[in-house]
Design a protein around this ligand. Structure first.
Ligand code: FA5
Length: 345
């Protein structure tokens, strides 16, 4: 009797599951065939009251039907889910143009530093680095700025609270301290450039920022090997490679405690070729930084014997060079963090 009923249940179920048209109907069928109060569960629970022979017959039959209906249920579930999908909405237009992943941009100062590296490594220069947090010794003293001398005011300094330390710290005001650090561990002849970030405690305008970059160069050889003519020539070679056009260099006498003689380093205006325009304020020349022959006192501070070596150094403002190269009107744009500016490079 029970086996007949089981077969009927199988027949009904195998008809009902494929006909179910919604998740709701499926849930009802699930309860009807597999729920705690379903007929099949009832038969399973009743097995214990049957004789051993009946058990042997009914047990496998009810289990087999349960398995078969479970399969019917799961394929019905798949079918209902498939039928319920909005295929139109899911359609992929394989002819649509792809989405552009935004690419990052190098900051113009990073671009310039890369270019300097290319030009100067071709000329046999090394590119050492130094710390941005510098001691008073490297930033001033070793560069022949005497203690408490007003020359230190030439470079408005961010002093770091160094109470309790055995030396005073500053945010380096120029890249020149790397000259000393490099010389302490190297013996001439050598040639280096040092691009790096520098800081000055001064009010900002279109050509002045509190945080900017300089590009130092130091070339040292035996006494008598190097002259002002050499660095004028090196400057011309560099600027012509950098701007891709003929550039003249002009040196004007100036004072920096770490060079003697010292100069302001001007280049012919890259916009008008030296004829005079609004960029060079009509004079045909643009100042790019300071330069000079290394003071013997600086060699001594770095541990070299006085008189044995001779060399030259310069320190140019990187933003000034980038402004000329890319025609950027205001130096404050570099630190603005404005992506509309960065994206142009
Ligand atoms: C110096 O800093 C010297 N260390 C340069 C030097 C090196 C001379 C080696 C001799 C030998 P100066 O203070 O003039 O010099 O700065 C050099 C250049 O840095 C300036 O010509 C300018 O281009 C740039 N600069 C200086 N201050 C600022 C500032 N606040 N914002 C942007 N650029 C600046």
């Amino acid at each position: 009797m029970a086996t007949e009923r089981i077969q009927e249940i199988e027949k009904e179920g195998k008809k009902a599951f494929p006909e179910a048209g919604s998740e709701e109907e499926l849930r009802e069928l699930e309860v009807r065939y597999f729920g705690r109060k379903s007929e099949l569960t009832g038969i399973l629970k009743g097995l214990k009251d049957l004789s051993a022979d009946e058990k042997r017959e009914v047990g496998p039959a009810v289990q087999g039907v349960r398995m078969a209906l479970m399969e019917a249920f799961s394929s019905a579930k798949e079918r209902v889910a498939r039928e319920g999908r909005d295929w139109e909405a899911e359609r992929i237009d394989v002819t649509a143009p792809g989405a552009n992943d935004p690419l990052g941009h190098l900051h113009p100062i990073s671009l310039i530093i890369g270019e300097l590296g290319d030009i100067f490594t071709r000329l046999g220069f090394e590119i050492p680095e130094g710390p941005e947090l510098e001691t008073e010794f490297y930033n001033f003293e070793a560069l022949n700025f005497p203690a408490d001398h007003p020359a230190r005011d030439m470079q408005d300094t961010f002093w770091i609270d160094s109470e309790g330390l055995d030396t005073r710290y500053v945010l380096r005001t120029h890249t020149s301290p790397v000259q000393i650090r490099y010389m302490e561990t190297h013996t001439p002849p050598f040639r280096i450039i040092v691009p790096g970030r520098t800081f000055r405690n001064e009010s900002t305008d279109a050509t002045h920022e509190h945080t900017f970059h300089q590009f130092e160069s130091l070339v040292v050889g035996e006494a008598g090997d190097l002259t002002v003519g050499h660095f004028k020539q090196l400057g011309e070679t560099f600027f012509e490679a950098f701007f891709g056009r003929k550039v003249s260099v002009r040196l004007r006498p100036s004072y920096f405690p770490f060079v003697e003689p010292g100069f302001e380093f001007d280049i012919s205006c890259v916009f008008c070729g030296g004829n005079g325009c609004s960029s060079c304020k009509g004079v045909g020349w643009i100042e790019v930084g300071g330069a000079g022959m290394v003071q013997q006192k600086v060699f001594e501070a770095a541990g070299y014997p006085r008189g044995q070596y001779q060399g030259f150094a310069w320190g140019f403002g990187l933003e000034r060079l980038a402004m000329m190269k890319y025609r950027i009107p205001d130096t404050r744009m570099f630190m603005s963090g404005d992506l509309r500016f960065i994206r142009q490079f």
